[in-house]
Design a binder for this molecule. Structure first.
Ligand code: FHN
Length: 595
């Protein structure tokens, strides 16, 4: 099968093709209707998305063929960046098309895998940074139609999504390492013979391709997930224009915040300043706290790469993925979980295995995720989701036996395990404290949920740490108030503490005054560490944060004793004094009554 001569070659023919491609783009744009109708208000457009909570990200393209290996050598980093990390010139990279032939691709199977996993939408790369399109574009010719496969890959996916009731969106890269008009040529492949860049013409090309995707052949496109907005050739003005353009094509579409310049790095939320985008896009991380009134979606890989890599077997566990979904929902966000299909068109078996487990968990616990809103507590040692009349208590570590939940003023009418057939739980409620009598063994091995039913308006107050009946005060990382940006809670510790100005503090109720031994649970890797002060009631102790064996090797240190002569609300603050590299990973501080 003759592959079409590749467009944009380093020849006069290539330049002529570029001009034709640009004229096609302008023509396509010219034909495009003016603003079809006013965009719908965001609150109308985003309702389904907030309820969906969970989607599938798909990174797929030419890069699946090398799978992280080029000319027999491993190329480090994420698989879809192989052209960049491997410094592969376009003239060599584009030859992959001759081998791109996903003969095992079954769009219906992919959509069923997503649907069975409980995913309500799919976002697939229509074009990643390498510029290669997965659909039959009339505007460009660097797409699947000039590959060995020579068939549109997105049409069958759109059809399958429509048949299965799964929403479809496209990830589309603004940055383009292939198109000679894109304003910043790759440093490793400047291609001077292509002449000067032409960003306005590139934008016309990009818009024309977006119009093809949103224009109708691919069904109802629910969202556009832009990326690659960080280079200086992409401006805020361009971002505003592109956002408005997308909504002119479909007044009901959602557009993420990477269309513009307002994303705050991998933390992903949108900075102040009128930047466009309907939701924030934290990447490979989960915000430390819920963000009331902010729409955000954490995107994550299941191993360490977005695009397929043959040698990346560092898969997250089923437990970790389910707990991430639970944690994200408890903070009011969506989870966009990635799969990187192989060159043959298969979703890797380890991904499918994990997705099946997530689907099984959601079959039982879905009502604690879908259509819920974030925890009503701004701080709590527990994770909660809610809907009117229901609170869902997500327990990642099963406490077993009796637990007391402070700050619940609403009249509780029932408590049930979501698994174990909805088994009722004995409970007692007094002075805003709800005590549950939990079975000894966890009802679900990944994450268990207790449904708490209440009547009337929800009345809760921030759960404040109470001294327990033995006099012990436990201050876990999850419950800390963080003042700083480089410092962020990880799984269950406060990490990345490289900024000396960052402090953490806990508020708690002390019922029993007295002398308390202070214990600090911390981990420090080699060539890091330092000292920090513990400040409470005008008293000060020093934490020596020395090497413990590694960032996940936690040890308990004993900075000393404090005398708390009065009961009531206390604030304990940890303030760095000396920081070498990163101070420590801090898991917990405990105050134990001095014998
Ligand atoms: O450079 C891309 C990367 O390849 C991947 O697509 C992720 C997923 O959102 N986004 C960018 C890195 O932040």
């Amino acid at each position: 099968m003759q592959v079409k001569p590749h467009g944009l070659a380093c020849s006069a023919l290539g330049i002529i093709r570029t001009m034709i491609s640009a004229l096609c783009a302008v023509a396509a744009m010219a034909a495009s209707p003016a603003l079809q109708s006013q965009p719908l208000p965001k609150e109308e457009r985003i309702t389904w998305w907030r309820e969906a909570r969970f989607g599938m990200f798909i990174h797929w393209g030419l890069y699946a063929v090398p799978g992280g290996v080029w000319e027999g050598k491993d190329v480090g980093g994420i698989g879809e960046w192989i052209m960049n990390r491997g410094k592969i010139k376009y003239e060599d990279y584009q030859k992959i098309r001759q081998d791109f032939n996903p003969y095992d691709y079954d769009a219906d199977e992919w959509v069923r895998i997503a649907k069975d996993a409980g995913m309500k939408y799919i976002v697939i790369t229509s074009k990643h940074h390498d510029g290669f399109g997965l659909w039959d574009s009339e505007v460009g010719d660097y797409d699947v139609m000039t590959s060995k496969y020579n068939k549109d890959l997105l049409k069958p996916l759109a059809k399958a999504c429509a048949e299965h009731g799964v929403k479809l969106g496209f990830y589309h890269s603004i940055m383009d390492w292939q198109h000679p008009d894109y304003g910043q040529r790759p440093g490793w492949d400047p291609r001077p013979e292509q002449g000067p860049t032409n960003m306005p013409r590139y934008i016309e090309y990009m818009k024309a391709q977006i119009k093809e995707l949103v224009g109708g052949d691919y069904g109802d496109v629910a969202m556009l997930w832009f990326d690659g907005e960080w280079e200086q050739v992409w401006t805020h003005e361009m971002g505003i224009d592109l956002y408005d353009y997308c909504l002119s094509l479909d007044p009901d579409i959602l557009v993420n915040n990477r269309v513009d310049k307002g994303r705050a790095g991998m933390q992903g939320l949108t900075k102040e300043g009128g930047y466009r985008g309907d939701y924030g896009t934290p990447e490979q991380e989960i915000p430390a706290r819920g963000l009331p009134g902010i729409d955000w979606e954490s995107c994550m890989t299941m191993n360490d790469t977005w695009g397929f890599k043959t040698k990346d077997h560092n898969w997250k566990s089923k437990e970790d993925l389910i707990q991430k979904l639970s944690d994200i929902a408890s903070k009011g966000g969506n989870f966009l979980l990635n799969v990187g299909p192989t060159a043959e068109g298969k979703i890797p078996a380890p991904s499918v295995d994990r997705l099946e487990a997530m689907g099984d968990w959601l079959d039982v616990h879905g009502s604690a995720i879908y259509g819920t809103t974030a925890s009503p507590f701004s701080r709590s040692p527990y994770r909660w989701t809610q809907r009117p009349g229901k609170l869902y208590l997500h327990l990642h570590e099963w406490p077993g036996g009796e637990i007391t939940l402070p700050g619940i003023g609403s009249t509780v009418t029932g408590a049930h395990l979501m698994s174990a057939g909805g088994r009722p739980i004995a409970f007692d409620q007094e002075d805003g404290e709800l005590t549950l009598d939990l079975p000894k063994d966890a009802p679900n091995k990944y994450a268990s949920v207790v449904t708490i039913s209440y009547v009337g308006e929800l009345s809760v107050e921030d759960a404040s740490v109470n001294q327990d009946r033995s006099g012990r005060v436990e201050l876990p990382a999850f419950y800390a108030e963080v003042d700083g940006h480089t410092l962020k809670p990880e799984e269950d510790w406060l990490g990345f503490w490289s900024n000396k100005a960052d402090t953490v503090s806990w508020e708690f109720n002390l019922k029993t005054p007295g002398s308390y031994v202070v214990e600090v649970e911390l981990a420090v890797a080699a060539e890091n560490g330092g000292t920090a002060e513990i400040l409470i009631d005008d008293q000060k102790l020093i934490i020596e944060a020395s090497f413990t064996g590694g960032w996940r090797t936690f040890k308990t240190v004993f900075p000393g004793t404090i005398d708390l002569s009065t009961s009531g609300k206390k604030t304990l603050t940890v303030k760095p004094v000396i920081v070498t590299g990163a101070l420590m990973n801090l898991r917990s501080i405990r105050l134990l009554p001095k014998a």
